[in-house]
Structures are given as C-alpha cells and as structure tokens.
Design a protein around this ligand. Structure first.
Ligand SMILES: [Zn+2]
Length: 425
C-alpha cells in the first residue's frame, strides 16, 4: 500500500518523463564506445552537470596511474553526493557509462537516440544509460516535492564495466570513494528488466593452457610430438569427462537462464602451429595455446576449480608420458550474492511489487558485472542490480529500451529510495 507521500512522488516521476527521456537521449548520443573508451569525459560531465543542477555535490575521479587511462582516452568517473548532512542510511546508485561497439546489423543510427513506437533506440539505450537516467530522476522526483530524506543518496557514473571495471568501480572502491564506512545500500542500474531483482553473479576463471610439442618434419610426424594433437586430446577430455561433471553440479543461486545454474566451461580461443595466413612449411606443431573460460558457482572454491582442471590435463600423461605444458591464470572473479532476506532486497522487492503488481523474481546473473568490486573491494554486502531495459537486447543490434519500462523502473527506484532512506513528512 502506498501512503500519500509515496503516491505524490510517483505522480511526480510521471511528470518528469519528458525531461528524463531528453536526458537519456543526450546520454545515448555520446558514443562512449569501449574499447577504446571514447568520449567518457563528455558523458561524465553531462551526468555531473545534471547532478549539480539536482542538488548534488559533484566530484570527478580520473583513474590516473592505470595503463588504460591515457590522454587520448581518459577514464573519468563521476560521483554525486546529495548536498547537506551526510546522515545514514546512504543509498548509492551506480551505472556504467561505457557501451560496447555497435557492431553490424543495425537498421537505425546507433547513436541518434531515435524514439519510435514508445521505444528509444541506440547502443547503450538498454545497457545501461536508461538505468542512469532512471535513478537520477527517481531521486529528483522526491527532491522536487521538497521531501526531507532521513538518510542520504549518492549517484555514480563509472567507466569500463564492459572491460572489467578496473578503472571504474574497482578504482573508486580501491581508493576509498566507495566503502562500507560510508555506504549502506548499492543499486547497480544494469538492465535486468524492470520487474526482476538481481542478487549477484557467478564467478569466472579464465586461464591459458600452453601445450608444448617437439618439432619434426611434417612428412614424418611420428618423429615429433604434436602440440596440436595434445591440445585436441585435452579438449576431447574436457568435452567427454569434465563437461558432464560440471553440468551435474547445480547451484542454489537463482541464475537466469536456468541452464546457467550449472558450472560451465568454454574454449574462448585457440592457436597452434604455423600462422594460418602465412605460407606453410611442413612441420609438426611445437606449441598450441588455448584460452578457457570456466564459470564457477558459489558452492565451488577457486582452488578446487583449478585443481580439477590440472587433474584433467595431468590425466593425459597416462598415454603420453612426455606431455609438457604450462598453465597460467588470466582473470579471476569470485561469485557474489546478496542475501535474499537483506533489507535492501526485501524493500526493493516490495517497491517493485507495488509498481508492477507482481512479486519480482530474485535472480542471479550468469555473467559478472561491477557487483564483484562493491562486495570484494568496498566490502558492501547489500548490493543488487535493478534497472530498466531488456537484458536480452544488451549488446545486440537495434538495442532499445521501452519508455514504459523506464517509467516503471524509475517509479520503483523512487519508492525504494523513500523506503530505504526514510522521509520526514
Ligand atoms: Zn551493462
């Protein structure tokens, strides 16, 4: 049930729709494509200017010292803190400003931010500039009614989520801008659909295996040892033995789609022997490298995951005593999930249910996003992803966001803010 203040705030959200859409269109028109990390400064400043207009103290944090932060492509983050007393609880909204390259297959200009049939089209419309617009206008609707909040609100626009977030959320958390000492709740406005709440994500372990071989003349391969054959045997064993074992391992995390509730492994890249595009000379391959993407569950530990892989590789030795290889960790992200009975989850669930008329499913994401940095570096245990946009349209051609979803998510965020932070009537 809504009280009268809540009803007034929701009505105010609806009144700001046109302004919110204009702001979202302006965001989409800045092609913050990553890689390489283009136009971040323009986008961060557009957000910063808006936050300043809306009563925030704004600071910009450039990820200086990181190799990806160059004069050509500076990594500029923006943080807004509601001016006035910094009383608790503090709710922090975060959205990433980078978008993936448009790719091919578009029927509209990916950076024109055209509006048609109740949708706004463009790269980033769904993932995730709609989320940024929604959280800023949700809080603004409250402010325009002159409501005094008990606690406080912060907003941040951060870079490089699509490439791991080291210059974005990880940088801010590592330098004390985002910490459990100053923030109680985090809502990451990723496009998990306006009617669902995402509690966390699986872990990932990227690693490289380099199989060694012994070079010999290609007409007498029996005199050498092919690194490609060795890799083929490894991949065959992964396929035949490891994959069924992983598929049988189910997590309690409510990962969507449900097929992703098992552990998985994928060969991301492979290269061996001579370069395919060059003239060939007959040789047995003495090197074959492959990169694997292993997604792991809350119920698995990284040590077990790594040991299991090594065991599979080592098992090849039985038929191939001369086997020689190196294994190298490339990227590790641990799984993270906010407890489903946390205040942030129950309050936002109640707010979404109020707006949509349905209890929102609590889900987890198969892939990772910036929640890992909020939980592991900033140490904040109440963090969710909630935002408008259709998850399946993220990174696709003709990406769009339904304006109605933008409105509903903005209403849920406004209601959630009132209830999480508290209002003095
Ligand atoms: Zn995203």
């Amino acid at each position: 049930m809504l009280n009268s203040l809540e009803s007034k705030v929701l009505a105010r959200v609806d009144e700001t729709m046109e302004e919110m859409i204009d702001f979202l269109r302006a965001l989409v028109r800045i092609p913050t494509v990553n890689p390489p990390g283009a136009d971040y400064t323009d986008c961060a400043e557009l957000i910063g200017d808006k936050l300043r207009d809306f009563g925030y103290e704004v600071s910009y944090v450039e990820a200086t010292g990181l190799p990806e932060c160059t004069s050509e492509h500076p990594r500029l983050n923006v943080i807004g803190r509601m001016a006035g007393m910094r009383s608790r609880p503090v709710l922090h909204f975060n959205g990433h400003i980078d978008v993936v390259p448009p790719g091919s297959g578009w029927t509209v200009d990916p950076f024109a931010a055209g509006v048609r049939d109740g949708r706004i089209y463009g790269r980033g419309a769904t993932d995730q500039k709609a989320g940024i617009a929604a959280s800023i206008f949700a809080v603004e609707a409250i402010r325009r009614l002159g409501v005094q909040l008990v606690g406080s609100v912060e907003q941040s626009g951060t870079v490089d989520e699509e490439s791991g977030g080291m210059a974005g959320v990880a940088y801010l958390a590592g330098r004390g801008y985002l910490t459990r000492d100053s923030i109680d709740y985090v809502i990451i406005t990723e496009p998990l659909d306006y009617d669902r709440i995402c509690l966390g994500h699986r872990g990932l372990f990227w690693f490289e295996v380099a199989m060694q071989g012994r070079i010999a003349h290609g007409s007498m391969p029996f005199l050498g040892a092919s690194a490609i054959d060795r890799m083929a045997r490894l991949i065959e064993r992964v396929e035949r033995e490891l994959k069924p074992r992983l598929a049988a391992r189910k997590t309690k995390m409510p990962v969507e789609p449900p097929d992703a509730r098992s552990a998985t492994i994928n060969v991301n890249a492979i290269s061996g022997g001579q370069s395919l595009d060059e003239a060939q000379t007959p040789c047995v391959a003495d090197l074959c490298r492959a990169i694997f993407d292993r997604r792991f569950l809350m119920e698995e530990s990284l040590d077990e995951v790594r040991a299991e892989i090594i065991e599979v590789v080592e098992s090849l030795r039985k038929d191939d005593p001369a086997l020689s290889y190196q294994m190298k960790d490339l990227l590790i992200t641990h799984p993270t999930m906010t407890a489903s009975d946390a205040a942030l989850v129950s309050t936002m669930s109640g707010a979404v249910a109020e707006i949509t008329g349905r209890e929102p499913p609590l889900i987890a994401s198969p892939g990772t996003y910036d929640q890992k940095h909020f939980s592991r570096i900033a140490g904040i245990d109440q963090c969710i992803a909630y935002g408008p946009g259709i998850l399946n349209l993220a990174h696709q051609p003709d990406e769009y966001c339904e304006l109605e979803h933008l409105r509903l998510a903005c209403r849920a965020m406004a209601l959630g803010t009132l209830r999480l932070v508290g209002a003095n009537e």
